[in-house]
Design a protein around this ligand. Structure first.
Ligand code: Q9C
Ligand code: ZN
Length: 344
């Protein structure tokens, strides 16, 4: 299997996040990528660089004003004489106006962000764009006939919606891959999100669409980030009614209940009979993940890979979360190695 990799991810570094009342270095670090890359190289995977795409591809999923904000945010901050990382300090919650975007950089950040764990640094745009290009490159390779390609995206993407960033995510890499597949080759896509956290951005982007089935397995938002989306009663709207399926699971979920929920997700995908599959592949479901609460072990990741391969669909896999840095390579390579072992 080919994996798409860009060294530009490393330009997104040095950020802080608000965690339990303190500002700490983000759990989402450049070291994550080195471990995944090393494990894939050791496993005989073939590395390819991302291609370039016009900005109009981003606008298929994101609001042009939002893209412009992300591209220029750090320069605006810097022009005001500020250094370090950018984090918002106020949001338009209930009772405040969200019909106008404040002109200044601080208000703009609060307008476009939904949390204080997603810093913007000098190199954030270059890294986020390279991740988006990596996901679209994987989609292009699959539309051109490869059976499965993995995009080693960093920063991740599934929390980013049409015009909101958060949860370490800026551009929605998986949604861009889905849209690319639809625009180039396929009628219907299943987007399966197995990151520990609900993919609120992906859900919102495809909420009213019947050409994309969004299915997500995640820690219950009653206690887990992103808290305000990802409940089982969210099923889509308009033409998209019935094309969103959330399977929230309790804290402490181990392999047996996880595997049953995964089987429900895979049955829903089979019922939809899509032309291709995109997987938002987070491995923050791991038992020693520092910010998550499931109990999967390294030996379970190949079982996930085999189940995904059992769908027999052209597949784009996109890296999302996973913060147990020492084990992230083995866990990702576990999924991909078992997936790649499927009969061609
Ligand atoms: N106590 C992804 O995995 N902070 N994003 C949560 C929990 C943000 C996770 C704090 C977690 C974002 C792509
Ligand atoms: Zn996550």
């Amino acid at each position: 299997m080919i994996f798409v990799y860009s060294p530009l991810h490393a330009r997104h570094d040095g950020g802080k996040e608000l965690y339990r009342g303190e500002f700490v270095p983000t759990f989402e670090t450049p070291a994550r990528v080195g471990h995944i890359q090393a494990a894939l190289q050791a496993g005989g995977f073939e590395q390819a660089p991302p291609r370039e795409f016009p900005e109009s591809r981003l606008h298929r999923v994101h609001d042009p004003d939002f893209v412009e904000f992300l591209r220029t945010a750090f320069a605006r901050w810097h022009a005001e004489g500020r250094e370090g990382c950018m984090l918002p300090s106020g949001f338009p919650a209930r009772g405040l106006r969200r019909d106008r975007k404040p002109a200044g950089i601080s208000g703009s950040m609060g307008y476009y962000a939904f949390d204080a764990s997603t810093p913007i640094m000098e190199g954030t745009w270059d890294a986020a764009l390279a991740a988006a290009h990596s996901a679209m490159t994987a989609a292009a390779m699959v539309s051109e006939g490869k059976s499965a390609v993995y995009a080693l995206c960093r920063p991740p993407g599934h929390h980013a919606s049409r015009s909101v960033y958060g949860g370490y995510c800026y551009l929605n890499n998986a949604a861009l891959a889905v849209q690319y597949l639809i625009d180039e080759s396929y009628g219907r896509i299943a987007l399966l999100d197995i990151d520990y956290h609900h993919g609120n951005g992906s859900q919102e982007i495809f909420w009213e669409r019947d050409d994309v089935l969004f299915v997500s397995l995640h820690g219950t938002p009653d206690s887990e980030y992103p808290y305000f989306l990802g409940y089982a009663d969210e099923r889509g709207a308009g033409r998209g009614a019935g094309y969103t399926l959330n399977l929230p699971l309790p804290l402490g979920t181990g392999w047996d209940s996880y595997a049953s929920a995964l089987d429900v997700a895979l049955e829903a995908i089979r019922g939809y009979a899509p032309d291709a599959l995109v997987v938002s592949l987070g491995v923050d479901t791991f038992e020693r993940d520092p910010i998550s609460g499931f109990k999967l072990a390294t030996r379970h990741y190949p079982l996930i890979g085999s189940r995904l391969a059992g769908l027999g669909l052209p597949t784009v896999l996109v890296q999302e979360g996973g913060y147990a840095v020492a084990e992230i390579g083995a866990n990702v390579a576990g999924v991909l190695g078992a997936f790649a072992a499927r009969p061609a």
